[in-house]
Design a binder for this molecule. Structure first.
Ligand code: ATP
Length: 164
């Protein structure tokens, strides 16, 4: 399935603004084309929801979440940044592992199984994309997703098609 990435980003962004009125969500997009990515719309939605749910769940003090989008010739990049509790260097390497949760005692009351990020990673990599994390304890986290853009048919090809 071919999915217009920014439509999904905008939709999930608007959903989260509605669901979490106590948070400030910002969306900053440098995407001016309409990049299409080979991914099931539901899968992209699921990944964004996992990342945004986490950002909300692990931001207890500064309730601010920043989404940014950019593109180059081949890829579209989405970043989700929070200013919450952050993740230590040691744990950054492990949070994508199945069932891994930082500080089990502290995060137990927040619910969850430690599966969200491993699912997000599997989905993104399954579509030949990348997901990465940059974080610092006490300062917050940035999750970055990169997905390859599907090249649309060139003009000459479209002409070929319409003439046959
Ligand atoms: P669920 O299975 O419901 O997603 P979860 O949130 O525990 O539960 P993951 O989404 O896989 O599972 O996250 C793994 C761990 O990484 C979390 O338990 C949490 O400790 C840490 N983590 C994830 N996102 C963030 C974030 N934005 N800020 C701080 N810690 C985070």
């Amino acid at each position: 399935e071919k999915t217009p990435v920014m439509r999904v980003v905008n939709q999930v962004f608007n959903d989260f603004k509605m669901i979490h009125p106590d948070f400030t969500f910002t969306l900053d997009s440098d995407v001016y084309s309409n990049p299409i990515v080979q991914i099931y719309r539901n899968h992209l939605e699921q990944v964004l929801i996992i990342l945004l749910d986490n950002a909300v769940k692990y931001s207890t003090k500064r309730k601010e979440i920043h989404i940014s989008a950019a593109e180059d010739a081949r890829t579209v990049q989405i970043a989700i940044q929070d200013f919450g509790e952050g993740i230590s260097e040691e744990d950054v390497k492990k949070v994508f592992n199945r069932f891994y949760r930082v500080d089990k005692a502290r995060s137990r009351d927040k619910g969850g199984n430690g599966l969200g990020l491993s699912i997000a990673q599997r989905l993104i990599e399954g579509y030949h994309g990348k997901i990465s994390l940059e974080s610092s304890v006490g300062y917050g986290s940035i999750f970055r997703i990169t997905l390859p853009i599907v090249k649309e048919k060139s003009d000459s090809k479209l002409k070929e098609k319409s003439s046959d």
